[in-house]
Design a protein around this ligand. Structure first.
Ligand code: AHM
Ligand code: MG
Length: 331
């Protein structure tokens, strides 16, 4: 049997840095994120034991204030990204305003993240994840400002997610393919386990919250009704976890469509922290992402916490949805 080459995340980062003549500054940002991932992995796995579930303000047996896991993860990301000196500003789904990193005013990067997505799944042992998106700062001649985070997804230089599931995996793209690394918890090391991920073009699964069906727009309802009719013949199955990272990860590997259309006209998922990074990854894996009318990555954000409808999956299916929604649009 052919032996697979063993490559750690660190080795992979260094290889890519040499091949692309990177400065090393970007590699440091990835290292900071991998550190945050390891720390959050450890705490997710001890969630029940450490009694860190439940509402903020509770006191644990040591008499210390207990933090909710999503708030804890938020701090871990902020601290990890503050230490490397390369990130001048971070913005989190959990915080109203971005944080300017005091000790790195000359940092070249801006990182946006959702530190623990799918948090309603934490206390029922269902996979959850972290999502991140990295931009290079445009103007180094003036201090960074909040608006510098309002960039189109096409400008991302890297994006990724960490899934805390049956194993912990870090999947990322720096615009040159998508690669996945599985954490070996005994060594605390990520190993390349999913090189060059490509999303199968054949639709195998669809994932959406069916309970919202009656509140989708009539054209989305019609598309879904057609999709259901195609399911038997085309051997399409339905899967929905309710954690974007888990649903997306399965669909990325197996060929699946994830949808979170507007519910009573209101979208739920965030453009900057959820839709953009996943859209960048899916395009790098051969798929596509749309808000129903346009490519997610071309949307100019107006606000940090802007929400968008999200349709993400195999390219052909996304094209089908876009033309379907266009032709069935009611006045
Ligand atoms: P969160 O950021 O508050 O955790 O919400 C985002 C999550 C996604 O992970 C998931 O795709 C979606 O919300 C599920 O929503 P619903 O429970 O309405 O189906
Ligand atoms: Mg979220």
């Amino acid at each position: 049997m052919e032996r697979k080459e063993i490559i750690t995340l660190e080795e992979f980062i260094i290889q890519r840095e040499k091949a692309e003549e990177g400065s090393g500054a970007f590699s440091q940002v990835l290292r900071d994120i991998a550190l945050a991932a390891r720390i959050i992995h450890f705490h997710v796995n001890r969630a029940g034991l450490e009694d860190i579930l439940g509402s903020t303000g509770r006191v644990n047996v040591q008499g210390e204030e207990v933090q909710k896991l999503d708030e804890f993860a938020n701090e871990v990301f902020r601290k990890a990204l503050s230490r490397g000196g390369q990130v001048c500003m971070v913005a989190s789904e959990e915080d109203e305003e971005p944080t300017f990193i005091e000790n790195a005013p000359a940092g070249k990067y801006i990182v946006l993240y959702d530190p623990l997505d799918g948090s309603s799944n934490i206390d029922v042992n269902v996979p959850i994840g972290s999502i991140f998106s990295i931009y290079q700062r445009k103007d180094m001649m003036r201090p960074v400002q909040k608006e510098d985070a309002l960039r189109k997804g096409v400008e991302q230089i890297a994006a990724g997610y960490i899934i805390y599931g049956s194993s912990t995996l870090l999947v990322y793209t720096a615009g040159n393919g998508v690669n996945g690394f599985t954490l070996d918890p005994s060594y605390g090391e990520f190993f390349l386990s999913h090189p060059n991920i490509q999303m199968p073009s054949k639709l195998k699964y669809y994932s959406f919250n069916d309970a919202n069906f009656n509140k989708f727009s009539p054209e989305v309802q019609r598309y879904i009704e057609d999709l259901r009719k195609r399911a038997v013949e085309e051997k399409i199955s339905s899967r929905y976890v309710g954690s974007l990272v888990a649903d997306f990860h399965r669909n990325l590997l197996k060929g699946g469509l994830f949808m979170y259309p507007a519910v009573s006209g209101k979208p739920k998922l965030r453009l900057l922290y959820e839709a953009n990074p996943m859209a960048f990854i899916v395009e790098q894996a051969g798929g596509a992402a749309s808000d129903g009318t346009q490519n997610i990555l071309t949307i100019q954000p107006q606000q940090l916490h802007q929400r968008v409808p999200l349709f993400i999956g195999p390219k052909d299916e996304i094209q089908k949805i876009q033309s379907y929604l266009l032709t069935h649009q009611t006045a």
